[in-house]
Design a protein around this ligand. Structure first.
Ligand SMILES: NC(=O)c1ccc[n+]([C@@H]2O[C@H](COP(=O)([O-])OP(=O)(O)OC[C@H]3O[C@@H](n4cnc5c(N)ncnc54)[C@H](OP(=O)(O)O)[C@@H]3O)[C@@H](O)[C@H]2O)c1
Length: 276
């Protein structure tokens, strides 16, 4: 089975560089998808309260035969549950629904600057982490100004920032801001909805290596130093997306994929997104 490398956090813990995400996996499919992913070798499951499938996450974990301590579990607190008391209730509910005693990582899902609760939520995260509800705390979809505000107001930096990142949205500025703060960058929608599968730089590596466009893109993420979370309910694709440790992109190939960045999101803009 593939040994996935880990990335170290500034709090002393670490995260598998490649993991399995369960956004848009229906509640009745989640247990099977998680069980199969774990049996295929994934050791990181990325969930969220919003995904409404945390019960399936826990069920899949228990059905997999893989020990709880060998699996890294992330969840997120949704926008309408920010604030001191609601954030705590959300984390406690996720623990209960998944059926575990401690989460490995909890993220603020989006900053939602318009409601101005993310600093209060971050303070609640620090307290919950100190009490042991989760081992590590991080954020998702935070821009530089959101990061700088929580760090300057609390003195605590997130261990990880999960952001949209794919060949058409390479986020060089956010990767560098994260790195400056010692924050791991984790890519969501890493395949970019397949928008770059037919692009020449990706096809060229695929034909040189015999790998699929998806595998080339996953490998590109790993070589950039990103943590990356993939999703597929198809067992063959789950295996394909992990089979990326027996080849490498050359420096020239990394440069030619860098040329695909057009700064185009598939998802919302974090500076204004406020869906509840
Ligand atoms: N923090 C946030 O705001 C946020 C937002 C979005 C996502 N996320 C997280 O990031 C995870 C990954 O993002 P994503 O779900 O958009 O994932 P993704 O892996 O970029 O894309 C998933 C889509 O690609 C297809 N796919 C997967 N592997 C493939 C392959 N080898 N070849 C061709 N198509 C393939 C899947 O179809 P099939 O299932 O049919 O194979 C699915 O439609 C999510 O599951 C979630 O955990 C976080």
């Amino acid at each position: 089975m593939t040994d996935v490398p880990s990335l170290g956090f500034h709090d002393g813990h670490s995260i598998p560089q490649l993991g399995f995400g369960i956004w848009q996996v229906s509640p009745d499919m989640a247990a099977e998808a998680v069980r199969n992913a774990l049996q295929t070798g994934y050791r990181l499951i990325d969930g969220a309260y919003l995904y409404m499938n945390e019960a399936g996450l826990g069920e899949g974990l228990r059905a997999s035969g893989v020990s709880r301590e060998d699996v890294f579990i992330t969840t997120k607190v949704w926008n309408n549950e920010q604030g001191r008391d609601k954030a705590r209730a959300s984390v406690e509910r996720s623990l209960e629904t998944i059926g575990i005693d401690q989460l490995d990582l909890v993220l603020i899902h989006w900053p939602v600057p318009s409601q101005d609760l993310y600093v209060e939520t971050w303070r609640a995260f620090i307290k919950m982490r100190d009490e042991g509800l989760m081992r590590s705390i991080g954020v998702s979809n935070f821009n530089a100004d959101h990061l700088e505000r929580i760090i300057s107001e609390t003195g605590e930096s997130p261990v990880l920032n999960q952001i949209e990142l794919n060949p058409e949205l390479q986020q060089p500025k956010m990767r560098s801001v994260n790195a400056d703060h010692g924050i791991v960058t984790q890519a969501w929608t890493p395949l970019g909805n397949g928008r770059s599968f037919e692009a020449e730089p990706v096809r060229a590596v695929a034909s040189r290596t015999g790998k699929s466009p998806a595998q080339v893109i996953v490998r590109w993420h790993l070589q950039l130093g990103n943590a990356v979370i993939l999703r597929s309910i198809n067992p063959a694709r789950q295996a394909e997306n992990m089979d990326v440790f027996d080849f490498a992109l050359t420096d020239d190939e990394m440069t030619s994929i860098a040329s695909l960045d057009v700064g185009k999101r598939t998802g919302p803009d974090p500076s204004v997104f406020k869906e509840m």
